[in-house]
Ligand binder design. Structure first.
Ligand code: ATP
Ligand code: MG
Length: 209
């Protein structure tokens, strides 16, 4: 860890659709940052989440980015990442990591995923590039095996235990449609964005993930 600091930043990349961001994302990101002594965890907002495209309507990338920005505004060490939105097209972590390496050549990168997403890691586009460019970090998620199957090529990964928060964006979209409470599940700043833009209430973003 002695190499940390501005010269050799340790950067976590926590990718997601964040439709909307919630306490499960934020507590995980904060605990990973703390445990691995990362300088920054980027909540990287997918432009077109290719594994979800077609199954339901995804909120506009700009709305999801602004919801994440609002969520992390007061949290040191967490930032919202617009790299994939700026790049456009479908979002592949391998490309995002390559871009970050160009931006921060001295950085050590960590790819953070929940245990459910970890189970599908081998299906990621150019997965071998992801493990070459970063250390894979898996956080617990209720309903998913804590330990993913061995990664292809026997790649190393790190497991970080986080509070088991059985919360998902899918459930939260349903809550919004049903008018049920969201306090403490979604940060207040994010709730304001949802209210101001009247997101989700028409049900168009659907309730299936
Ligand atoms: P959806 O229900 O729409 O799939 P989600 O809650 O799973 O939404 P995503 O944007 O799909 O959120 O997830 C982004 C990342 O956050 C994934 O790696 C996922 O595993 C992780 N994640 C989401 N919710 C939690 C949670 N409650 N605890 C730990 N990790 C989580
Ligand atoms: Mg998900």
């Amino acid at each position: 860890m002695s190499e940390s600091g501005p010269q050799h930043p340790r950067i976590g990349v926590f990718g997601g659709t964040f439709d909307p961001p919630h306490i499960g994302h934020l507590v995980s990101a904060i605990d990973v940052r703390d445990r691995l002594e990362l300088d920054t965890v980027i909540l990287m907002v997918a432009n077109i989440p290719w594994q979800k495209a077609g199954s339901r309507r995804i909120s506009a990338a700009e709305d999801r980015l602004d919801m994440v920005r609002a969520a992390v505004a007061d949290v040191p060490g967490l930032v919202a990442g617009d790299h994939e939105i700026v790049a456009g097209g479908p979002s592949y972590t391998a490309d995002t990591l390559a871009g970050l390496q160009r931006e921060h050549p001295e950085a050590e990168l960590f790819t953070v995923v929940g245990a459910d997403a970890a189970a599908g890691l081998a299906t990621w586009e150019r997965f071998e590039e992801v493990v070459e460019r970063s250390t894979v970090v898996v956080v617990d998620r209720p309903g998913a095996e804590a330990d993913p199957a061995p990664l292809p090529g026997g790649a190393e990964w790190v497991r970080i235990e986080v509070p088991h928060l059985d919360v998902s964006s899918t459930d939260l979209r349903a809550r919004i449609i049903e008018g049920r409470p969201l306090d403490y599940l979604i940060p207040p700043g994010t709730l304001r964005v949802i209210e101001e833009r009247d997101l989700y209430r028409d049900g168009a973003a659907g309730v299936t993930s």
